[in-house]
Design a protein around this ligand. Structure first.
Ligand code: COS
Length: 400
């Protein structure tokens, strides 16, 4: 029985406690039985699309879009997003991924798109008819988007995009890509963001990429790809701010996914050590086991504190939450890796059997320390914000 005592913490309203119960029972019913489905690229694509449909049917994608465009809440509620990602992650990494991508693909449009663009696109993200994607990284620019070289040049009422994007989650199955391009000078201020339909002429999937925990992922090629100028988000030059604002909101939810993997690993381990007999007594009775369980429990609770502190800060205090978001992502993803590794250790040989719960978690958790900003990048953000706060320049949402 998973420990749900954290829901009594003051970060939550009763509506969150209610949501946590509903997503828990819905996930057990609708997602867990399908968690092992999807081997091979086509099957993984089908399974991901199936999870989007199921999430839409359950009404959960309404959390990925604000209310005026078919969503549940007036603004994003990051605590709800984290509770949903955490719960889905405990059951299925791919279902969790499917939810996360509707959020990451939809948020830049919801936060920065024109009224007409939001009205046209966002309801489809809620119904599952449209599939989102966020195309920022390039072969030569991942951690530093300020160096990206995919260009968009104005041609009458259109932009013409040339270049490449890589590590694009949902690449190959998305219907809309938010693509970050260079429209101006070198550096972060020369970037813009455009919404590109998957069937736009000049856009192709250059290569599908297979990773340790399979999910749809691709490198995209843009060759004279023509996009109407009204698909621009914000104004020219806003691209870096759009990417960073979106990531500030999304990073605590990555921490929440990591937390879900860690909680599942702890639960699997508690079940294992209470039944596995060694030398005539349960593995749980050995002090070295207890030390590992203690470390795992502290890591899980500390992650939860940082994740829900970041989400609460965004929801309640508002303002820029780069510090809280990066702390949550850094700590929770690193801690989850440790927790899952200890879970494998306490499962012995069974921990490395392909397809077992902890072996699956071991593969699922690894990418989280890399995507949406590596741990090293989170440290740079944390140091920058901490030094700003010390010198009194931060807008320090958490310090109000
Ligand atoms: N919200 C709003 N604006 C932000 C911002 C944020 N979180 N972070 C930076 N900005 C603004 C700055 O205010 C600055 O604006 P001005 O030029 O008007 O002053 C501009 O953006 C550039 O900021 P900064 O100089 O801090 O940017 P850096 O080039 O130093 O980049 C890091 C900082 C490394 C933190 C950033 O590039 C980053 O987060 N990289 C990781 C990207 C990533 O997650 N990649 C993975 C691909 S997505 S799966």
């Amino acid at each position: 029985m998973p420990d749900r005592s954290f829901l009594r913490w003051p970060f939550f309203e009763d509506s969150h406690r209610d949501l946590a119960e509903r997503i828990e029972s819905w996930t057990a019913r609708e997602i867990a039985p399908h968690a092992a489905e999807g081997h091979g690229r086509d099957e993984v694509d089908r399974a991901a699309l199936g999870f989007v449909k199921a999430l839409a049917g359950g009404g959960w994608l309404g959390h990925c879009v604000p209310a005026p465009w078919g969503g549940k809440n007036e603004d994003y509620d990051v605590r709800s997003l984290c509770l949903i990602r955490e719960t889905l992650a405990r059951a299925s990494g791919l279902a969790e991924f499917a939810f996360a991508m509707q959020l990451l693909g939809g948020a830049p449009i919801a936060l920065f798109g024109s009224g007409a663009l939001k009205k046209e696109i966002l309801p489809g993200f809620v119904s599952g008819e449209r599939i989102g994607a966020f195309a920022l990284s390039e072969p030569g620019a991942g951690s530093n988007p300020g160096e990206l070289i995919t260009t968009a040049r104005r041609d009458g009422g259109d932009y013409i995009i040339d270049g490449e994007k890589t590590w694009v989650s949902n690449g190959g199955i998305a219907t809309q890509y938010v693509v970050f391009v260079r429209t101006g000078d070198p550096g972060p201020r020369g970037l813009s963001a455009l919404v590109v339909d998957a069937d736009a002429t000049g856009l192709s999937v250059a290569e599908r990429i297979d990773v340790v925990a399979p999910h749809p992922l691709a490198r995209l090629r843009f060759e004279g790809c023509r996009v109407a100028a009204d698909r621009l988000l914000g104004s020219e030059g806003d691209g870096f701010r759009i990417a960073m604002t979106t990531l500030d909101m999304a990073r605590p939810t990555v921490g929440a996914a990591a937390l879900g993997f860690a909680r599942r690993a702890l639960d699997e381990t508690l079940a294992r050590v209470s039944t596995r007999q060694i030398g005539g007594q349960p593995l749980a009775d050995y002090q070295m086991t207890k030390a590992k369980i203690a470390d795992m429990a502290v890591a899980v609770d500390t992650s939860a504190l940082l994740v829900y502190r970041a989400a609460w800060t965004r929801d309640v205090l508002g303002g820029r939450t780069s510090l809280e978001s990066s702390q949550a992502k850094l700590f929770a993803t690193e801690a989850a890796q440790e927790v899952v590794d200890q879970a494998v250790q306490l499962h012995g040989g069974e921990g490395v059997v392909a397809g077992s719960a902890v072996e699956t978690l071991y593969r699922e958790v690894r990418a989280l320390r890399i995507y949406e900003g590596t741990s090293e990048i989170q440290k740079l953000v944390i140091a920058r914000e901490t030094m700003k706060n010390f010198s009194g320049q931060g807008n320090g949402a958490s310090s109000t």
